[in-house]
Design a protein around this ligand. Structure first.
Ligand SMILES: C[S@@+](CC[C@H](N)C(=O)[O-])C[C@H]1O[C@@H](n2cnc3c(N)ncnc32)[C@H](O)[C@@H]1O
Length: 226
């Protein structure tokens, strides 16, 4: 299905945020890593600069850098205003305030845009979307998915979640997903049935607490290993 840019919130997170969201140790990044739904995160750019091997896949990579930047500019004020209007929903330990959050997201976007065209040219940013990704089985050692699955439980079905996670497990022996809350700050209703279904299929499934929390209560990731 063709992606409609007007439906996307192109907010991205940094390398440091990915490390904390996913409890990443240097050894976790020894192999080839795929970031699914990385959007305008600067994780790939910063990881590559440090010598790691990361591929990002996202339908938003159909668009040019200036198009992604324009979409960001169109939504950033509205999103920051929504955050300011709901002060009790957020934890201001990592980002100190809504304005600091805005500054971070702008810096991340610029870091991503600096890297985007050259990264795309060498295949580090690839167009694709769950639940079917354009890579051979076993292409990666670790698959990460930030701020897509579980977060958008009100928009994406249980079947979509399960098929998407099975697809990530086709690509990598370990999958990590963060956060486990919905946009409404509720635990995703899909978490328990997804964990049950994957355990029944023989996967090792665990919830781990991480050192990153912006959504109040959103400091857990799901880890699935074959
Ligand atoms: C809120 S952003 C998160 C970006 C990044 N992961 C981060 O945490 O900074 C969600 C991303 O998911 C992407 N997305 C939406 N539907 C997708 C799908 N079916 N498969 C993969 N990515 C998708 C969007 O284009 C967007 O870039």
């Amino acid at each position: 299905m063709a992606m409609i840019l007007e439906k996307v919130v192109p907010f991205g997170r940094s390398w440091d945020e990915y490390v904390k969201m996913f409890n990443l140790a240097p050894t976790d990044l020894n192999g080839k890593v795929i970031g699914i739904g990385d959007g305008p995160a600067s994780f790939n750019a910063e990881a590559t600069q440090q010598g790691y091997d990361v591929v990002s896949v996202d339908p938003i990579y159909t668009f040019s850098g200036p198009e992604i930047q324009a979409r960001f500019n169109a939504v950033v004020d509205d999103i920051i205003n929504q955050v300011k209007a709901t002060p009790d929903d957020w934890v201001w330990t990592y980002h100190q305030s809504p304005e600091a959050l805005r500054t971070n997201r702008i810096q991340v976007l610029h870091r991503f845009l600096q890297d985007y065209d050259s990264g795309k040219a060498v295949g580090r940013y690839q167009i694709g979307e769950l639940p079917t990704l354009p890579f051979p089985s076993g292409s990666f050692s670790l698959a990460l998915c930030s701020h897509l699955l579980f977060l958008y439980s009100d928009q994406l079905s249980y079947e979509f979640h399960l098929r998407s996670i099975q697809e990530m497990l086709r690509l990598a022996p370990e999958v990590r997903i963060f956060p486990l809350l919905t946009l409404m700050l509720k635990p995703s209703p899909y978490l328990a049935p997804v964990m049950q279904a994957l355990s029944s299929s023989g996967y090792v499934v665990a919830i781990e607490t991480v050192a990153y929390e912006l959504q109040k209560g959103g400091n857990q990731m799901l880890v699935i290993r074959t």
